[in-house]
Design a protein around this ligand. Structure first.
Ligand SMILES: O=C(O)CCC(=O)C(=O)O
Length: 268
C-alpha cells in the first residue's frame, strides 16, 4: 500500500490521503462503539462546544479502541510513511461535528501540544463518515512542516487554565492569518469517504472548516504514533495526559515504555 512515491509526497507535502485504507466492517464497528459512547456519557467529552464533541486517550481503558489502534493497518502505514523502524502508540483522538454546526478546528500544529521532540511523529486521521472540502474536511498548509517554525499552540479544551497555557507558550510566534492571506498559502484538502485515511506529521499546519453546509454528522478518529527519533520532552504547558511521573524513561530519552507507548509495529 505504501510506495516510495507516496512516502516522498508525505515528506514534501506533510500529509497524504490513502483511499479505502480501512475496510467498511471495521469502520461500522468503530462507529457503533462511538455511538454508545456519545449516548452513554455526555460529561466525559473533553471538549463540548456547540454541536461538536471530542475525546481522547481511550485505548488504555477501552479494548475495542486499543485493538483498532494496534492491530489495524494503521501503525504499519504510519511507520512506513515516517521511514521509521517501529511505531509506538501515543493516543487516539475522536472528533465529532454534528450536522449544521459552526464549530471549526482552528489552524494549528500538533507537536507543540505534546511532550515530544522529533520528526517521526504522525497521526492517522480516519474518516468514519464522509466529508467534503467545503464542509468540515481536514485541510493542510502544504509543505508548512518544512519551514522549521513552531507556532504558539492555542487552548482547545473546555477545562480552565487557558491563560496559564497561553503564558507558558508566550515566547512562540503567533500563527499567521492563513484564511486572511489565501495567496500566501497553498491549501491541501480532500473529499473523503468512510475508511479513507489521512496521514500527517506533527509539524504540518492543519485545521478543519465548520459543518454548516452538511446535513450529516462528521466523525473522525485521529490516532497518534511516535517513531524512531521521538524524544521525551515534558515541557511546561504540554499535554499532561501522559506525564513524567507515569513513565519509566526521562527527558531526552526515547519513549520506550510499553505501558504508555506500546510498540504496535516494527519492520520485518
Ligand atoms: O478533525 C478535526 O477537526 C481536527 C483533527 C486534528 O486537528 C488532528 O487530528 O490533529
Amino acid at each position: 500500500m505504501i510506495t516510495e512515491s507516496l512516502i516522498r509526497q508525505y515528506e514534501n507535502d506533510g500529509a497524504v490521503c490513502i483511499k479505502g485504507a480501512i475496510d467498511p466492517q471495521t469502520i461500522a464497528s468503530v462507529l457503533q462503539n462511538l455511538d454508545v459512547l456519545i449516548e452513554s456519557d455526555n460529561d466525559r467529552w473533553t471538549t463540548i462546544r456547540d454541536g461538536g464533541f471530542s475525546d481522547r486517550h481511550l485505548w488504555p481503558s477501552m479494548p475495542w479502541m486499543y485493538e483498532f489502534c494496534a492491530t489495524s493497518k494503521l501503525p504499519e502505514i504510519v511507520g512506513q510513511l515516517m521511514r521509521s523502524s517501529e511505531a509506538r502508540l501515543y493516543f487516539d483522538h475522536i472528533f465529532v461535528r454534528e450536522a449544521g454546526t459552526g464549530q471549526t478546528t482552528p489552524w494549528h500544529q500538533d507537536r507543540p501540544y505534546w511532550p515530544f521532540q522529533g520528526k517521526q511523529i504522525a497521526s492517522a486521521w480516519v474518516a468514519l463518515t464522509g466529508c467534503k472540502k467545503d464542509a468540515s474536511a481536514l485541510k493542510f498548509v502544504r509543505g508548512s512542516h518544512t519551514a522549521g517554525k513552531v507556532y504558539r499552540p492555542i487552548p482547545f479544551g473546555k477545562d480552565g487554565g487557558s491563560s496559564e497555557f497561553l503564558d507558558q507558550n508566550a515566547s512562540l510566534e503567533v500563527m499567521p492569518d492563513i484564511d486572511g492571506s489565501p495567496n500566501d498559502f497553498e491549501i491541501l484538502c480532500w473529499d473523503v469517504e468512510p475508511g479513507d485515511v489521512i496521514v500527517f506529521g506533527g509539524e504540518v499546519i492543519h485545521g478543519a472548516s465548520d459543518n454548516t453546509g452538511s446535513l450529516h454528522r462528521r466523525a473522525a478518529l485521529s490516532i497518534r504514533y511516535v517513531g524512531d527519533d521521538a524524544i521525551w520532552d515534558p515541557r511546561e504547558g504540554t499535554d499532561p495526559m501522559v506525564n513524567d511521573e507515569m513513565v519509566t524513561f526521562r527527558a531526552g530519552e526515547a519513549p520506550h515504555d510499553d505501558k504508555w507507548f506500546p510498540k504496535v509495529w516494527s519492520v520485518g
